[in-house]
Design a protein around this ligand. Structure first.
Ligand code: TXA
Ligand code: MG
Length: 315
């Protein structure tokens, strides 16, 4: 059953929970987050426990606006330009942490940088503003599993353990793009809902992509991640007998087994929005999900990144 969109009262109730040191799930335009007061180490520990997340993996801190973000990190001119252009929106900036920032050390996993973003979903910003707190929040899924793009998926994953503020289905459906910005250097640590093309067009120069041996990296970029329970077979032009099929683009889909289409029109934005929800939907059984080839351009970079991690052998 769907709840009505979050009311002011609901938002205030969740803000009070967060101020009291509880964890709560909330909507963003990318995926649902599991939030807590970023300065409260007991509250942040509850996030790690709830998700079963490795402790070395730092969390993104969500702010209501650039002003709040500036209390936590040093914004040199390039970082400020990116923030002014793309916030609110699906971009996380990894920046030098400011002295005295109200962020506990387990949020940054002991690094001298902090990952920050101002979410595009108005309910997320209203919640942060009502709480008056920057919120540390990873995606609201058990560690290693598919990220949730609806309140119902969060409830199915955590049951009564986590209150969920329902803001409807996420518009982007893929996590934020992460850029580490150090002075004039920019490195993409994670492909995401803001395509690298768009960032490069704005900066009028190419953006480097972090690899496993880069000096900076996102510690959370494990080979196996975003994984459904089913096996995944990528670049499948058609399904084999018994497989579910996740198609992309026009054309008939085999009648055998269950199949869904990421985007009949071949639109990568629509495909990104549908990716996790459709993997969730096809993941009810064990077995194999065959996935159609996705072009490696625009948002295809992030979609293929998630698919490769979802298909990687689980440890
Ligand atoms: O769209 C999103 O980014 C969602 C929503 C909830 O905002 N959040 C999300 O969080 O995807 P999470 O925890 O699943 O992924 C955060 C990533 C991890 O790979 C982590 O290693 C990286 O961000 N990260 C956070 N702070 C960092 C830092 N200071 N340096 C390098 N990587 C960092
Ligand atoms: Mg995640």
């Amino acid at each position: 059953m769907r709840e009505p969109p979050a009311s002011q009262r609901e938002i205030q109730r969740f803000a009070n929970l967060l101020k009291a040191g509880e964890v709560a799930a909330f909507p963003t335009e990318t995926v649902y987050g599991l939030g807590a007061d970023a300065a409260n180490s007991d509250a942040v520990l509850k996030i790690y426990e709830t998700k079963g997340r490795p402790r070395f993996n730092p969390l993104i801190v969500h702010c209501a606006d650039l002003g709040m973000a500036e209390t936590l990190a040093v914004f040199r001119p390039l970082a400020r330009r990116l923030a002014e252009r793309f916030w609110p929106g699906p971009l996380t900036l990894v920046l030098p942490r400011k002295d005295g920032a109200r962020v506990c050390d387990i949020v940054t996993a002991g690094l001298d940088t902090v990952g920050l973003r101002v979410p595009g979903h108005p309910v997320a910003r209203e919640l942060i503003r009502a709480a008056g707190l920057p919120l540390a929040a990873p995606s609201a899924n058990p560690s290693g599993r598919l990220s949730p793009t609806t309140a119902g998926q969060v409830r199915r994953a955590f049951g009564d353990r986590v209150p969920v503020l329902d803001g409807g289905p996420c518009a982007a459906g893929l996590e934020s793009t992460i850029l580490a910005v150090n002075g004039d250097d920019v490195v993409q640590l994670r492909a995401g809902a803001l395509s690298r093309d768009e960032i490069e067009a704005f900066l009028e120069r190419p953006v480097a992509v972090a690899s496993a041996d880069s000096p900076v990296s996102a510690p959370g970029m494990l080979a196996s991640h975003y994984a459904p329970k089913a096996k995944l077979r990528l670049n499948a032009v058609e399904p084999e007998a018994g497989e579910s099929y996740l198609a992309f683009g026009p054309g008939p889909v085999s009648a055998t087994g269950r199949s869904l289409n990421l985007s009949q029109a071949g639109d990568l934005r629509e495909a990104a929005r549908n990716l996790f929800a459709m993997l969730h939907a096809l993941d009810r059984d064990e077995g194999t999900i065959a996935v159609a080839p996705i072009p490696e351009e625009g948002l295809g970079e992030a979609i293929n990144d998630r698919l490769r991690r979802a298909a990687a052998p689980k440890k």
